[in-house]
Design a protein around this ligand. Structure first.
Ligand SMILES: *[C@@H]1O[C@H](CO)[C@@H](O)[C@H](O)[C@H]1NC(C)=O
Ligand SMILES: *[C@@H]1O[C@H](CO)[C@@H](O)[C@H](O)[C@H]1NC(C)=O
Ligand SMILES: [Zn+2]
Ligand SMILES: [Zn+2]
Length: 526
Protein backbone atom coordinates (compact mmCIF):
# COMPACT_ATOMS: atom_id res chain seq x y z
CA UNK A 1 0.00 0.00 0.00
CA UNK A 2 1.72 3.17 -1.18
CA UNK A 3 1.75 6.66 0.31
CA UNK A 4 -0.73 7.80 -2.35
CA UNK A 5 -3.40 5.65 -0.79
CA UNK A 6 -2.61 7.09 2.58
CA UNK A 7 -3.34 10.60 1.38
CA UNK A 8 -6.57 9.48 -0.27
CA UNK A 9 -7.65 7.82 2.90
CA UNK A 10 -7.04 10.89 5.03
CA UNK A 11 -8.88 13.18 2.64
CA UNK A 12 -11.74 10.72 2.52
CA UNK A 13 -11.85 10.61 6.25
CA UNK A 14 -12.10 14.35 6.66
CA UNK A 15 -14.65 14.69 3.87
CA UNK A 16 -16.82 12.01 5.42
CA UNK A 17 -16.69 13.79 8.72
CA UNK A 18 -17.62 17.17 7.37
CA UNK A 19 -20.50 15.91 5.23
CA UNK A 20 -22.07 14.09 8.14
CA UNK A 21 -20.64 16.49 10.65
CA UNK A 22 -23.93 17.41 12.19
CA UNK A 23 -25.14 13.87 12.54
CA UNK A 24 -22.10 12.26 14.13
CA UNK A 25 -22.03 11.40 17.79
CA UNK A 26 -19.54 12.61 20.36
CA UNK A 27 -17.70 9.35 19.78
CA UNK A 28 -16.88 10.15 16.18
CA UNK A 29 -15.78 13.67 16.99
CA UNK A 30 -13.33 12.19 19.44
CA UNK A 31 -12.11 10.10 16.58
CA UNK A 32 -11.45 13.09 14.38
CA UNK A 33 -8.80 14.18 16.86
CA UNK A 34 -7.69 10.60 17.15
CA UNK A 35 -7.86 9.44 13.55
CA UNK A 36 -5.86 6.24 13.18
CA UNK A 37 -2.57 6.30 11.33
CA UNK A 38 -2.19 4.31 8.13
CA UNK A 39 -0.23 1.75 10.11
CA UNK A 40 -3.09 1.39 12.59
CA UNK A 41 -5.61 1.06 9.75
CA UNK A 42 -3.46 -1.69 8.26
CA UNK A 43 -3.32 -3.47 11.60
CA UNK A 44 -7.12 -3.46 11.88
CA UNK A 45 -7.43 -4.78 8.32
CA UNK A 46 -4.80 -7.47 8.80
CA UNK A 47 -6.50 -8.91 11.89
CA UNK A 48 -10.01 -8.77 10.46
CA UNK A 49 -11.49 -5.81 12.34
CA UNK A 50 -11.79 -3.53 9.35
CA UNK A 51 -13.13 -4.85 6.10
CA UNK A 52 -10.67 -5.07 3.23
CA UNK A 53 -11.84 -2.86 0.40
CA UNK A 54 -10.45 -2.81 -3.11
CA UNK A 55 -8.14 0.08 -3.82
CA UNK A 56 -9.98 2.78 -5.74
CA UNK A 57 -10.32 6.54 -5.61
CA UNK A 58 -13.80 6.42 -4.12
CA UNK A 59 -12.68 4.09 -1.36
CA UNK A 60 -12.80 5.56 2.09
CA UNK A 61 -13.59 4.32 5.54
CA UNK A 62 -16.22 6.29 7.34
CA UNK A 63 -15.41 7.47 10.83
CA UNK A 64 -18.23 5.20 11.96
CA UNK A 65 -16.75 2.06 10.46
CA UNK A 66 -13.37 2.94 11.95
CA UNK A 67 -14.93 3.48 15.39
CA UNK A 68 -16.72 0.14 15.01
CA UNK A 69 -13.45 -1.58 14.12
CA UNK A 70 -11.66 0.01 17.08
CA UNK A 71 -14.47 -1.12 19.40
CA UNK A 72 -14.27 -4.66 18.06
CA UNK A 73 -10.53 -4.71 18.50
CA UNK A 74 -10.87 -3.37 22.06
CA UNK A 75 -13.48 -5.88 23.03
CA UNK A 76 -11.44 -8.76 21.59
CA UNK A 77 -8.45 -7.62 23.62
CA UNK A 78 -10.54 -7.27 26.78
CA UNK A 79 -10.61 -3.47 26.87
CA UNK A 80 -13.83 -1.44 27.17
CA UNK A 81 -15.21 -1.12 23.63
CA UNK A 82 -15.33 2.66 23.43
CA UNK A 83 -14.37 2.96 19.77
CA UNK A 84 -11.90 5.59 20.89
CA UNK A 85 -8.16 5.28 20.35
CA UNK A 86 -6.88 6.01 23.83
CA UNK A 87 -3.33 5.28 24.97
CA UNK A 88 -4.19 1.83 26.29
CA UNK A 89 -5.75 0.89 22.96
CA UNK A 90 -2.88 2.31 20.94
CA UNK A 91 -0.50 0.02 22.86
CA UNK A 92 -2.19 -2.94 21.22
CA UNK A 93 -0.78 -1.94 17.85
CA UNK A 94 2.75 -2.26 19.21
CA UNK A 95 2.45 -5.39 21.31
CA UNK A 96 4.13 -8.66 20.46
CA UNK A 97 1.49 -10.99 19.10
CA UNK A 98 0.60 -13.84 16.78
CA UNK A 99 0.22 -12.99 13.09
CA UNK A 100 -2.98 -15.00 12.58
CA UNK A 101 -6.23 -13.07 12.03
CA UNK A 102 -8.44 -12.48 15.08
CA UNK A 103 -11.74 -12.26 13.25
CA UNK A 104 -12.28 -14.74 10.45
CA UNK A 105 -14.84 -12.97 8.38
CA UNK A 106 -16.47 -16.16 7.16
CA UNK A 107 -16.29 -18.39 10.18
CA UNK A 108 -17.27 -15.68 12.64
CA UNK A 109 -20.78 -16.04 11.32
CA UNK A 110 -20.92 -19.56 12.68
CA UNK A 111 -19.22 -18.82 15.91
CA UNK A 112 -21.23 -19.45 19.02
CA UNK A 113 -19.19 -20.37 22.01
CA UNK A 114 -16.15 -18.30 22.81
CA UNK A 115 -13.52 -20.48 21.22
CA UNK A 116 -13.58 -20.53 17.44
CA UNK A 117 -13.19 -23.65 15.40
CA UNK A 118 -11.84 -24.21 12.00
CA UNK A 119 -11.29 -27.89 11.35
CA UNK A 120 -9.25 -30.60 13.00
CA UNK A 121 -7.04 -33.23 11.40
CA UNK A 122 -9.85 -35.77 11.43
CA UNK A 123 -7.55 -38.37 13.02
CA UNK A 124 -5.66 -38.92 16.24
CA UNK A 125 -2.15 -39.76 14.97
CA UNK A 126 -0.32 -36.60 13.94
CA UNK A 127 3.33 -36.21 12.94
CA UNK A 128 5.59 -33.22 13.48
CA UNK A 129 9.03 -32.23 12.34
CA UNK A 130 11.39 -29.44 13.36
CA UNK A 131 13.21 -28.16 10.27
CA UNK A 132 15.67 -25.85 11.99
CA UNK A 133 16.46 -23.84 15.10
CA UNK A 134 17.60 -20.28 15.65
CA UNK A 135 20.80 -18.62 16.86
CA UNK A 136 19.68 -18.74 20.50
CA UNK A 137 17.88 -22.11 20.51
CA UNK A 138 19.33 -25.25 18.97
CA UNK A 139 17.21 -27.47 16.77
CA UNK A 140 17.27 -30.22 19.40
CA UNK A 141 16.16 -27.81 22.12
CA UNK A 142 13.30 -26.72 19.87
CA UNK A 143 12.37 -30.38 19.42
CA UNK A 144 12.21 -30.88 23.19
CA UNK A 145 10.11 -27.76 23.74
CA UNK A 146 7.80 -28.76 20.89
CA UNK A 147 7.28 -32.19 22.42
CA UNK A 148 6.39 -30.61 25.77
CA UNK A 149 4.09 -28.11 24.05
CA UNK A 150 2.26 -30.85 22.12
CA UNK A 151 1.79 -32.81 25.34
CA UNK A 152 -0.06 -29.83 26.80
CA UNK A 153 -2.79 -30.30 24.18
CA UNK A 154 -2.72 -34.06 23.53
CA UNK A 155 -4.76 -35.32 26.52
CA UNK A 156 -7.69 -33.02 25.75
CA UNK A 157 -8.20 -34.43 22.32
CA UNK A 158 -6.82 -37.94 22.70
CA UNK A 159 -4.05 -37.11 20.22
CA UNK A 160 -0.90 -39.08 19.59
CA UNK A 161 2.05 -37.04 18.30
CA UNK A 162 5.05 -38.63 16.65
CA UNK A 163 8.20 -36.81 15.58
CA UNK A 164 9.61 -37.61 12.16
CA UNK A 165 13.10 -36.78 10.95
CA UNK A 166 13.10 -36.81 7.20
CA UNK A 167 9.69 -37.38 5.64
CA UNK A 168 7.03 -34.70 5.27
CA UNK A 169 5.16 -34.17 8.54
CA UNK A 170 1.69 -32.81 9.32
CA UNK A 171 3.10 -30.02 11.49
CA UNK A 172 6.38 -28.56 10.23
CA UNK A 173 8.20 -26.09 12.45
CA UNK A 174 10.72 -23.55 11.16
CA UNK A 175 12.32 -20.20 11.84
CA UNK A 176 12.30 -17.63 9.05
CA UNK A 177 12.43 -13.87 8.67
CA UNK A 178 10.72 -11.24 6.51
CA UNK A 179 9.32 -12.67 3.28
CA UNK A 180 9.55 -16.45 3.56
CA UNK A 181 7.41 -17.61 0.70
CA UNK A 182 3.93 -18.08 2.16
CA UNK A 183 2.53 -14.62 1.47
CA UNK A 184 2.68 -13.61 5.14
CA UNK A 185 6.07 -11.89 5.54
CA UNK A 186 7.38 -11.30 9.05
CA UNK A 187 8.03 -7.76 10.23
CA UNK A 188 11.46 -7.75 11.86
CA UNK A 189 11.93 -7.51 15.65
CA UNK A 190 8.76 -7.16 17.77
CA UNK A 191 5.06 -7.14 16.84
CA UNK A 192 4.37 -10.34 14.91
CA UNK A 193 6.48 -13.11 16.43
CA UNK A 194 4.98 -16.21 14.82
CA UNK A 195 2.07 -17.64 12.87
CA UNK A 196 0.69 -21.07 12.05
CA UNK A 197 -1.73 -22.58 9.57
CA UNK A 198 -4.74 -24.74 10.42
CA UNK A 199 -5.11 -28.32 9.14
CA UNK A 200 -4.58 -29.62 6.56
CA UNK A 201 -1.57 -27.29 6.15
CA UNK A 202 -0.25 -27.28 9.71
CA UNK A 203 3.01 -25.28 9.26
CA UNK A 204 4.30 -23.26 12.22
CA UNK A 205 6.65 -20.33 11.48
CA UNK A 206 8.63 -18.39 14.08
CA UNK A 207 10.06 -14.97 13.23
CA UNK A 208 13.84 -15.39 13.19
CA UNK A 209 14.28 -11.66 13.86
CA UNK A 210 13.09 -12.18 17.45
CA UNK A 211 15.48 -13.19 20.19
CA UNK A 212 14.03 -16.53 21.20
CA UNK A 213 14.60 -17.73 24.74
CA UNK A 214 13.98 -20.63 27.03
CA UNK A 215 12.00 -19.46 30.08
CA UNK A 216 13.32 -15.90 30.06
CA UNK A 217 13.18 -14.09 33.41
CA UNK A 218 10.72 -11.33 34.25
CA UNK A 219 13.02 -8.51 33.17
CA UNK A 220 14.20 -10.07 29.94
CA UNK A 221 11.82 -7.88 27.97
CA UNK A 222 13.68 -8.30 24.71
CA UNK A 223 13.53 -12.08 24.81
CA UNK A 224 10.49 -13.92 23.53
CA UNK A 225 9.65 -17.19 25.29
CA UNK A 226 9.60 -19.93 22.67
CA UNK A 227 7.51 -22.33 24.75
CA UNK A 228 4.72 -19.80 25.39
CA UNK A 229 4.46 -18.95 21.70
CA UNK A 230 4.77 -22.57 20.60
CA UNK A 231 1.83 -23.73 22.78
CA UNK A 232 -0.31 -21.01 21.19
CA UNK A 233 0.78 -21.80 17.63
CA UNK A 234 0.18 -25.53 18.19
CA UNK A 235 -3.42 -24.55 18.97
CA UNK A 236 -3.66 -23.07 15.46
CA UNK A 237 -1.92 -26.05 13.86
CA UNK A 238 -4.55 -28.27 15.50
CA UNK A 239 -7.41 -26.10 14.22
CA UNK A 240 -8.21 -23.47 16.85
CA UNK A 241 -8.57 -19.75 16.11
CA UNK A 242 -8.00 -16.82 18.43
CA UNK A 243 -10.00 -16.39 21.61
CA UNK A 244 -10.94 -13.12 23.27
CA UNK A 245 -10.58 -14.75 26.67
CA UNK A 246 -7.52 -13.09 28.13
CA UNK A 247 -6.55 -16.03 30.32
CA UNK A 248 -6.71 -18.47 27.42
CA UNK A 249 -3.69 -19.71 25.50
CA UNK A 250 -5.43 -18.72 22.26
CA UNK A 251 -5.56 -15.01 23.20
CA UNK A 252 -3.68 -13.33 20.31
CA UNK A 253 -1.29 -11.10 22.26
CA UNK A 254 1.95 -12.42 23.74
CA UNK A 255 1.58 -13.41 27.40
CA UNK A 256 3.96 -15.25 29.69
CA UNK A 257 4.21 -17.60 31.38
CA UNK A 258 2.05 -20.25 29.75
CA UNK A 259 1.56 -22.94 32.35
CA UNK A 260 -1.71 -24.58 31.48
CA UNK A 261 -4.69 -24.44 29.17
CA UNK A 262 -7.79 -22.44 30.03
CA UNK A 263 -11.26 -24.08 29.92
CA UNK A 264 -11.89 -22.14 26.75
CA UNK A 265 -8.92 -23.81 25.02
CA UNK A 266 -9.95 -27.21 26.36
CA UNK A 267 -13.51 -26.93 25.13
CA UNK A 268 -12.31 -25.95 21.70
CA UNK A 269 -10.09 -29.04 21.54
CA UNK A 270 -12.89 -31.30 22.72
CA UNK A 271 -15.31 -29.93 20.19
CA UNK A 272 -12.75 -30.47 17.42
CA UNK A 273 -11.52 -33.94 18.33
CA UNK A 274 -13.95 -35.69 20.65
CA UNK A 275 -16.88 -35.24 18.30
CA UNK A 276 -16.26 -38.17 15.99
CA UNK A 277 -16.00 -40.91 18.57
CA UNK A 278 -18.74 -39.87 20.91
CA UNK A 279 -20.52 -43.09 19.98
CA UNK A 280 -17.85 -45.13 21.71
CA UNK A 281 -18.94 -45.58 25.35
CA UNK A 282 -15.43 -44.86 26.64
CA UNK A 283 -15.30 -41.50 24.92
CA UNK A 284 -18.77 -40.60 26.11
CA UNK A 285 -17.81 -41.46 29.68
CA UNK A 286 -14.67 -39.41 29.33
CA UNK A 287 -16.63 -36.47 28.00
CA UNK A 288 -18.99 -36.73 30.93
CA UNK A 289 -16.13 -36.69 33.43
CA UNK A 290 -14.72 -33.62 31.75
CA UNK A 291 -18.14 -32.08 31.94
CA UNK A 292 -18.34 -32.73 35.65
CA UNK A 293 -14.89 -31.26 36.18
CA UNK A 294 -15.71 -28.16 34.20
CA UNK A 295 -19.09 -27.50 35.72
CA UNK A 296 -17.51 -27.24 39.14
CA UNK A 297 -16.08 -23.92 38.10
CA UNK A 298 -18.75 -21.44 37.19
CA UNK A 299 -16.33 -19.46 35.04
CA UNK A 300 -16.62 -22.20 32.45
CA UNK A 301 -19.66 -22.62 30.32
CA UNK A 302 -20.88 -26.18 30.64
CA UNK A 303 -19.26 -28.57 28.24
CA UNK A 304 -21.73 -29.00 25.42
CA UNK A 305 -22.04 -32.58 24.29
CA UNK A 306 -21.67 -32.71 20.56
CA UNK A 307 -24.20 -35.51 20.28
CA UNK A 308 -27.47 -34.93 22.05
CA UNK A 309 -29.44 -37.69 20.31
CA UNK A 310 -27.76 -40.47 22.27
CA UNK A 311 -28.76 -38.69 25.45
CA UNK A 312 -32.45 -39.50 24.92
CA UNK A 313 -34.22 -40.47 28.17
CA UNK A 314 -31.22 -39.71 30.34
CA UNK A 315 -32.35 -37.26 32.99
CA UNK A 316 -28.78 -36.41 33.90
CA UNK A 317 -28.17 -34.92 30.50
CA UNK A 318 -30.38 -31.90 31.01
CA UNK A 319 -28.01 -28.93 31.12
CA UNK A 320 -27.69 -27.21 34.46
CA UNK A 321 -29.43 -23.84 34.23
CA UNK A 322 -26.86 -22.42 36.66
CA UNK A 323 -23.76 -23.36 34.65
CA UNK A 324 -24.35 -22.62 31.05
CA UNK A 325 -24.33 -20.15 28.25
CA UNK A 326 -27.92 -19.89 27.08
CA UNK A 327 -28.74 -20.28 23.41
CA UNK A 328 -31.36 -17.60 23.84
CA UNK A 329 -33.92 -16.16 26.22
CA UNK A 330 -37.24 -14.56 25.26
CA UNK A 331 -40.45 -13.38 26.88
CA UNK A 332 -43.47 -15.11 25.33
CA UNK A 333 -46.99 -14.51 26.63
CA UNK A 334 -45.60 -12.80 29.71
CA UNK A 335 -43.34 -15.71 30.71
CA UNK A 336 -39.58 -16.08 30.42
CA UNK A 337 -38.45 -18.85 28.05
CA UNK A 338 -34.84 -20.03 28.31
CA UNK A 339 -33.39 -22.20 25.54
CA UNK A 340 -30.29 -24.36 25.74
CA UNK A 341 -29.55 -27.27 23.45
CA UNK A 342 -32.82 -29.15 22.86
CA UNK A 343 -34.33 -27.91 26.12
CA UNK A 344 -36.59 -25.07 27.18
CA UNK A 345 -37.32 -23.78 30.66
CA UNK A 346 -40.28 -21.52 31.39
CA UNK A 347 -40.26 -19.11 34.33
CA UNK A 348 -43.41 -17.32 35.44
CA UNK A 349 -41.46 -14.72 37.39
CA UNK A 350 -37.78 -14.36 37.92
CA UNK A 351 -36.59 -17.49 39.75
CA UNK A 352 -39.88 -19.44 39.48
CA UNK A 353 -39.70 -22.34 37.07
CA UNK A 354 -43.11 -23.42 35.82
CA UNK A 355 -43.91 -27.01 36.81
CA UNK A 356 -43.09 -29.62 34.22
CA UNK A 357 -40.08 -27.77 32.80
CA UNK A 358 -37.50 -28.16 31.41
CA UNK A 359 -39.03 -29.88 28.39
CA UNK A 360 -37.62 -30.64 24.98
CA UNK A 361 -38.66 -27.68 22.85
CA UNK A 362 -39.98 -30.00 20.14
CA UNK A 363 -42.70 -30.98 22.62
CA UNK A 364 -43.65 -27.32 22.95
CA UNK A 365 -43.34 -26.06 19.38
CA UNK A 366 -45.43 -28.62 17.58
CA UNK A 367 -44.56 -28.83 13.92
CA UNK A 368 -41.05 -27.44 14.13
CA UNK A 369 -38.91 -29.63 11.84
CA UNK A 370 -36.84 -32.27 13.63
CA UNK A 371 -33.57 -31.12 12.08
CA UNK A 372 -33.74 -27.91 14.09
CA UNK A 373 -31.82 -28.96 17.17
CA UNK A 374 -31.20 -25.54 18.70
CA UNK A 375 -33.27 -22.36 19.04
CA UNK A 376 -31.17 -19.23 19.04
CA UNK A 377 -33.62 -16.64 17.85
CA UNK A 378 -37.30 -16.41 18.72
CA UNK A 379 -39.75 -13.59 19.33
CA UNK A 380 -43.40 -12.79 19.82
CA UNK A 381 -44.97 -10.69 17.10
CA UNK A 382 -47.32 -7.88 17.96
CA UNK A 383 -50.23 -10.04 16.76
CA UNK A 384 -49.35 -12.71 19.34
CA UNK A 385 -47.76 -15.15 16.92
CA UNK A 386 -44.40 -16.65 17.84
CA UNK A 387 -41.59 -16.86 15.30
CA UNK A 388 -38.57 -19.19 15.46
CA UNK A 389 -35.63 -18.38 13.18
CA UNK A 390 -33.16 -20.93 11.95
CA UNK A 391 -30.66 -20.19 9.18
CA UNK A 392 -32.41 -18.19 6.50
CA UNK A 393 -35.89 -19.45 7.32
CA UNK A 394 -38.46 -18.83 9.98
CA UNK A 395 -41.33 -20.85 11.39
CA UNK A 396 -44.36 -19.01 12.66
CA UNK A 397 -46.60 -20.42 15.41
CA UNK A 398 -50.00 -19.38 16.64
CA UNK A 399 -50.46 -18.13 20.20
CA UNK A 400 -51.34 -21.76 21.02
CA UNK A 401 -47.98 -22.93 19.69
CA UNK A 402 -49.26 -24.57 16.52
CA UNK A 403 -47.28 -24.15 13.32
CA UNK A 404 -48.91 -21.59 11.04
CA UNK A 405 -46.36 -21.19 8.26
CA UNK A 406 -42.78 -21.29 7.17
CA UNK A 407 -41.11 -18.34 5.45
CA UNK A 408 -37.79 -16.80 4.44
CA UNK A 409 -36.10 -14.03 6.40
CA UNK A 410 -35.99 -11.93 3.24
CA UNK A 411 -39.71 -11.34 3.83
CA UNK A 412 -38.54 -8.99 6.58
CA UNK A 413 -36.96 -6.88 3.83
CA UNK A 414 -33.45 -7.64 5.01
CA UNK A 415 -30.72 -9.14 2.84
CA UNK A 416 -29.72 -12.81 2.99
CA UNK A 417 -27.76 -12.61 6.23
CA UNK A 418 -26.26 -15.94 7.28
CA UNK A 419 -28.11 -15.98 10.59
CA UNK A 420 -29.98 -13.62 12.88
CA UNK A 421 -28.80 -13.82 16.48
CA UNK A 422 -31.61 -11.95 18.20
CA UNK A 423 -35.01 -10.50 17.33
CA UNK A 424 -37.19 -8.50 19.69
CA UNK A 425 -40.02 -5.98 19.61
CA UNK A 426 -39.24 -2.78 21.48
CA UNK A 427 -41.91 -1.42 23.78
CA UNK A 428 -40.41 2.01 23.21
CA UNK A 429 -41.47 2.36 19.58
CA UNK A 430 -43.24 -0.96 18.82
CA UNK A 431 -40.61 -1.71 16.15
CA UNK A 432 -39.04 -5.09 15.51
CA UNK A 433 -35.26 -5.17 15.87
CA UNK A 434 -33.49 -7.85 13.84
CA UNK A 435 -29.95 -8.33 15.08
CA UNK A 436 -27.19 -10.03 13.18
CA UNK A 437 -23.74 -10.38 14.79
CA UNK A 438 -22.57 -6.81 14.50
CA UNK A 439 -25.45 -5.04 12.75
CA UNK A 440 -29.14 -4.61 13.24
CA UNK A 441 -32.20 -3.59 11.27
CA UNK A 442 -35.42 -1.94 12.43
CA UNK A 443 -38.59 -3.25 10.88
CA UNK A 444 -42.13 -1.94 11.11
CA UNK A 445 -44.56 -4.83 11.23
CA UNK A 446 -47.59 -2.59 10.84
CA UNK A 447 -46.44 -1.28 7.46
CA UNK A 448 -44.19 -4.27 6.62
CA UNK A 449 -41.34 -1.96 5.77
CA UNK A 450 -37.76 -1.61 6.86
CA UNK A 451 -36.95 1.71 8.48
CA UNK A 452 -34.51 3.92 6.61
CA UNK A 453 -30.88 4.15 7.56
CA UNK A 454 -30.48 0.48 8.48
CA UNK A 455 -28.51 -1.66 9.10
CA UNK A 456 -26.70 0.13 11.89
CA UNK A 457 -23.78 -1.12 13.91
CA UNK A 458 -24.36 -2.81 17.25
CA UNK A 459 -21.89 -0.39 18.82
CA UNK A 460 -24.83 2.04 18.85
CA UNK A 461 -26.13 0.17 21.93
CA UNK A 462 -23.47 1.65 24.13
CA UNK A 463 -21.90 -0.44 26.90
CA UNK A 464 -23.51 -3.62 25.61
CA UNK A 465 -20.87 -5.99 24.20
CA UNK A 466 -21.96 -7.90 21.12
CA UNK A 467 -22.84 -10.26 19.55
CA UNK A 468 -25.69 -10.61 22.02
CA UNK A 469 -27.42 -13.93 22.70
CA UNK A 470 -30.77 -12.41 23.57
CA UNK A 471 -32.74 -9.21 24.09
CA UNK A 472 -36.02 -9.11 25.98
CA UNK A 473 -38.57 -6.65 27.31
CA UNK A 474 -39.47 -7.49 30.90
CA UNK A 475 -41.71 -5.24 32.97
CA UNK A 476 -41.20 -2.35 30.55
CA UNK A 477 -37.40 -2.59 30.67
CA UNK A 478 -35.07 -3.78 27.91
CA UNK A 479 -32.43 -6.38 28.83
CA UNK A 480 -29.58 -7.79 26.78
CA UNK A 481 -27.95 -11.15 27.52
CA UNK A 482 -24.57 -12.46 26.51
CA UNK A 483 -22.79 -15.50 27.95
CA UNK A 484 -23.23 -15.48 31.74
CA UNK A 485 -24.06 -11.74 31.97
CA UNK A 486 -26.95 -9.39 31.34
CA UNK A 487 -27.42 -5.63 31.04
CA UNK A 488 -30.45 -3.41 31.57
CA UNK A 489 -30.69 -0.84 28.86
CA UNK A 490 -31.63 2.79 29.27
CA UNK A 491 -33.66 3.70 26.18
CA UNK A 492 -33.42 7.41 26.87
CA UNK A 493 -29.66 7.48 27.36
CA UNK A 494 -29.11 4.80 24.68
CA UNK A 495 -26.66 2.96 26.87
CA UNK A 496 -26.63 0.23 29.50
CA UNK A 497 -27.37 1.37 33.04
CA UNK A 498 -24.21 1.86 35.01
CA UNK A 499 -24.74 -0.95 37.54
CA UNK A 500 -24.61 -3.61 34.87
CA UNK A 501 -23.64 -6.25 33.85
CA UNK A 502 -24.82 -8.66 36.52
CA UNK A 503 -24.73 -12.47 36.57
CA UNK A 504 -27.75 -13.95 34.76
CA UNK A 505 -28.01 -17.24 36.64
CA UNK A 506 -28.25 -15.77 40.14
CA UNK A 507 -30.59 -12.94 39.25
CA UNK A 508 -33.00 -14.56 36.83
CA UNK A 509 -32.88 -18.21 37.80
CA UNK A 510 -32.98 -20.02 41.14
CA UNK A 511 -29.21 -20.44 41.30
CA UNK A 512 -27.03 -20.25 44.42
CA UNK A 513 -24.47 -17.48 44.74
CA UNK A 514 -20.89 -18.41 43.95
CA UNK A 515 -17.66 -16.56 44.63
CA UNK A 516 -17.04 -16.45 40.87
CA UNK A 517 -20.25 -14.65 40.03
CA UNK A 518 -18.67 -11.34 41.04
CA UNK A 519 -16.53 -11.43 37.94
CA UNK A 520 -19.70 -11.19 35.85
CA UNK A 521 -20.28 -7.69 37.16
CA UNK A 522 -17.70 -6.31 34.75
CA UNK A 523 -17.79 -6.34 30.97
CA UNK A 524 -14.45 -8.19 30.69
CA UNK A 525 -14.36 -11.78 29.57
CA UNK A 526 -14.67 -14.52 30.58
C1 LIG B 1 14.59 -22.81 8.23
O1 LIG B 1 13.89 -23.56 7.26
C2 LIG B 1 12.98 -22.78 6.48
C3 LIG B 1 12.21 -23.74 5.61
O2 LIG B 1 13.05 -24.59 4.88
C4 LIG B 1 13.75 -21.75 5.68
O3 LIG B 1 12.86 -20.96 4.93
C5 LIG B 1 14.51 -20.85 6.65
O4 LIG B 1 15.30 -19.94 5.96
C6 LIG B 1 15.38 -21.69 7.59
N1 LIG B 1 15.83 -20.81 8.61
C7 LIG B 1 17.07 -20.77 9.05
C8 LIG B 1 17.36 -19.84 10.16
O5 LIG B 1 17.92 -21.49 8.58
C1 LIG C 1 -47.40 0.35 20.94
O1 LIG C 1 -48.51 -0.50 20.92
C2 LIG C 1 -49.33 -0.45 22.07
C3 LIG C 1 -50.38 -1.53 21.98
O2 LIG C 1 -50.98 -1.54 20.71
C4 LIG C 1 -49.92 0.95 22.23
O3 LIG C 1 -50.70 1.03 23.40
C5 LIG C 1 -48.78 1.94 22.32
O4 LIG C 1 -49.27 3.27 22.38
C6 LIG C 1 -47.84 1.79 21.12
N1 LIG C 1 -46.66 2.63 21.33
C7 LIG C 1 -46.15 3.39 20.37
C8 LIG C 1 -44.94 4.18 20.72
O5 LIG C 1 -46.61 3.43 19.24
ZN1 LIG D 1 -2.42 -16.98 17.07
ZN1 LIG E 1 4.99 -18.08 7.43
Amino acid sequence: MGPRYCVLYLIGYIVTLSIFGTAVSAKTIFLEENAPTLEEINFMKKYGYLQEVPLSVSTTYTSQSVAGAVAKMQSFAGLPPTGYLDDETRKLFKRRRCGVKDIETKSSAHRRKRYILQQGWGRKAITYRVLNGTSTLSKSRVETLMRTGLEVWAPHAGLDFRRVERSKADIEVSFASKDHGDGFPFDGPGRVVAHAFPPPHGAMHFDDDEIWGDEPGEDDDDITDFFAVAVHEIGHALGLSHSNVKASVMYPYYQVPVEKLHEDDIMGMQALYLKEDVHSPAAAAEARTESAVLSRSSTAPRFTRPDSESAEDDENDVPDLCYTNYDTIQVLQGKIYVFEEEWVWVLSERKQIVEGYPKRFHEVFIGLPRHINVIRTIYEKRNGHIVVFSGRSYWEFSARFRLVKRGRITEYKIPQVPELTTVFVSNYNNKTYLIEYERYWRYDEATRTMDRGYPKEMSAWRNVPYPVDAAIIWKEDTYFFRGPRFWRFDNAQIRAHEYYPLPTAQIWFPCPSTPDMMQYTANDEP
